[in-house]
Design a protein around this ligand. Sequence first.
Ligand SMILES: [Zn+2]
Length: 439
Amino acid sequence: MTIRFENGIVATLGKDNRVLWNGTVVTDEDRIAAVGDAAEMAERFPDAEVVDCSGKIVLPGFICAHHHFYSTMARGMAPPGEPASNFVEILERFWWKLDMALSEEDITLSAKIPLIECIRNGTTTIIDHHASPSHRDGSLDLIEDAVREAGLRASLCYEVSDRNIPGGGTAENERFIKKIGKGDGQIAAMMGLHASFTVSDETVETCVGIAKDAGVGCHIHVAEDLADREDSIAKFGEPTVKRLHGLKATGERSIFVHCIHIDESEMDVLADTKTIAVHNPESNMNNAVGVTKLLDLLKKGVLVGLGTDGMSSDMLSQMRCTYLLHRLDNRDPRVAFMEAPQLLLQNNAEICERQFGIRLGEIAEGRPADLAIIDYLPPTPLDETNFLGHLIFGLVDATVDTTVCKGKILMRGKKILSLDEERIAARSRELAPKMWQRL
Ligand SMILES: [Zn+2]
């Protein structure tokens, strides 16, 4: 099907961002066929279906480089016992009880709800990190089915750890990685690991071996809290990144999430091995674990992406949080204006190219047809030179009207078309209290 997304403000992004007023994006099945002036596109594609985008800005769909769908049902839950006073207690008293309590239906609903929220926020591609120790086998298939039904793209993995049984989840990753193979551009697979402090050398070596044989990367939390660094130094004589590098878990397809408590020599290892780092500022603030030295990582040439870590599915709010946090952290109002959007708009696209083998994040002929179409009447002139100012101070609070992935309209006029939002939320409200009781 050919569709003209017509007469909006089109920001193409990509290397040479162009802002076209009265612009049209033409999609043909799952690819962008053309982008240009609305009148010219109407002449070239007269038979296309038309979606009016006046009063809106058309952007490439957003990418979340680290998410945890499974955390959905924690919303509104009273944590059991005394309040956790540090990061390890947050895991032990909260997340490791919650993930154990998930049933198969909980896993599916926990995926569908954030997928709906991704569609609502124009997030069309997600790199997820899953845990459900009571239902490991087949859990990634349940999430894959939910992602395909939603119509989005996702890279999936199971977070292997030794906390329940040694190497728990290794087989699920291996099975899923083999099933997905090179992938179809919609679903990709990675080798997931929880974190350095929950995996032995043997577990990491086994997982890295499977990942290398399959040509996929490892997706692991790294130095999120000081405890991870201290554990690595105490047990293995090296800080976290160096330990994992020694076990060959680094590499251009591997994602090291957080990288907060790392030193300069570890940043050099990330840069030298082209290992990806992913920043999750809202989660880091929520867990009170510290601030990633984002500007230093970028100066070293590390590819740093942006994720939500399960906090939300709203990438524009993560971008603005990045902008605000690093201005404050550096006590410098000159920084982060370029860097925060860079993480979201450029780096996340490059990360996805390494995972999915396709180039997202740009509206250009031949690129995948993934779009976020947002209500926006600019109150000041808008062009290529000041787009970032509109992004950080205007679009961040604007409402997504229409979301398109693989050329399919998943939300139009703010109505979700691919999933039954009300039915899914109602069922989740039924099951969540039962899951909370199992904690
Ligand atoms: Zn995480």
